[in-house]
Design a protein around this ligand. Structure first.
Ligand code: ATP
Length: 236
C-alpha cells in the first residue's frame, strides 16, 4: 500500500520544546506528477512540516510515508527526495557546474551524475554553468540551488519558498523550471506565502494557517471558487 505514492502525511503534529504547537495534525497526499503548493502566511507551520517530511526534525505525532516507507532520520527512502530547505553553501570561486559535481561527490553517490544533462536543461542555466558562482545574480543562484536539489532526478522534490527574494521575471522562470521537472511522473512539493504564485505554478494546494490545515485539493477547486477559504487565509 502507498508504495507508488510519493508522500502520504497523516495526523502530523509538532510541539516544540517550549510547548508551542507549530503543526496541529495535518493530513495530505502528494501523488505522482503533481506540483503541490504548501500555502500559508509566515508562521503557518510550512517549514516545520517540510523539515519533518525530510527527517530533519522528529514529529510529535503522526505518520509520514514516502513511497510507503516511514520517514525517520537517515531513512534510506530519503534518497528518493531532492530538497532545498536551507540555503546551500556554494563555493563562489568555482563554476556552477563544478559546484554541482562537488556536491554530488560529497553525498557519496556514484561518480556518474545521473541525469546531469537533463537537470541542466530543466534548470535552464545555459552557459552560466561554466561561470564562477560569485558572478551569479540571486535568481541564478536560486536556480543552481534547485538544480542541486534535482541531481539524480529524484521522484519527489521538496522546496521551501524557492522564490523568496526573486523578482517577477525570475519567479516566472522558476515556475517554468518546476513545471518542466514535474513530468515523467515526478512530483514537487513547494511552500509559498503567495496565493498568486501557487495558483500559477501548482496543480494542487494544501492551505495551512496557524499550524492547521485549512483546505486541500486541486488548485481550481480551492483557489478558483472557494472564497471562504480565501477569507480564512486573508493574511496569506
Ligand atoms: P515562515 O514562512 O516564517 O518560515 P512557516 O509557515 O514556515 O513560516 P514555521 O517556520 O514552520 O512556519 O514556524 C511555525 C511556528 O513555529 C512559528 O510561530 C515559529 O515561531 C515556531 N517555531 C519554529 N521553530 C521553532 C522552535 N525551534 N522552537 C519553538 N518554536 C518554533
Amino acid at each position: 500500500e502507498h508504495a507508488d505514492t510519493p508522500l502520504v502525511v497523516a495526523g502530523l503534529r509538532k510541539t516544540y520544546k517550549d510547548g508551542f504547537v507549530a503543526v496541529r495534525g495535518t493530513d495530505f497526499t502528494v501523488h505522482r506528477g503533481q506540483v503541490v503548493g504548501l500555502l500559508g502566511p509566515n508562521g503557518a507551520g510550512k517549514t516545520t512540516s517540510l523539515r519533518m517530511l525530510l527527517g530533519l526534525i522528529r514529529p510529535t505525532a503522526g505518520e509520514i510515508l514516502v513511497f510507503g516507507h516511514r520517514v525517520t532520520a537517515g531513512a534510506p527512502v530519503l534518497s528518493r527526495i531532492g530538497s532545498l530547505v536551507e540555503g546551500p553553501g556554494f563555493l563562489p570561486h568555482l563554476t556552477g557546474l563544478d559546484n554541482l559535481r562537488l556536491y554530488w561527490r560529497a553525498t557519496g553517490r556514484p561518480a556518474d551524475t545521473a541525469g546531469l544533462d537533463e537537470v541542466l536543461d530543466i534548470a535552464d542555466l545555459g552557459d552560466a554553468v561554466h561561470r564562477p558562482v560569485r558572478t551569479y545574480s540571486h535568481g541564478m543562484k536560486q536556480r543552481l540551488a534547485i538544480a542541486q536539489a534535482m541531481l539524480g532526478l529524484p521522484e519527489l522534490l521538496v522546496l521551501d519558498e524557492p522564490t523568496d527574494g526573486l523578482d517577477p521575471p525570475q519567479i516566472a522562470e522558476m515556475r517554468r523550471v518546476l513545471q518542466r521537472y514535474a513530468t515523467d511522473g515526478r512530483s514537487v512539493l513547494v511552500s509559498s506565502h503567495l496565493l498568486a504564485e501557487v495558483e500559477q505554478t501548482c496543480t494542487h494546494v494544501v492551505v495551512m494557517r496557524r499550524g492547521e490545515l485549512v483546505a486541500s485539493g486541486p488548485v481550481a477547486d480551492i483557489i478558483g471558487d472557494s472564497p471562504s477559504v480565501l477569507v480564512s487565509v486573508s493574511d496569506v
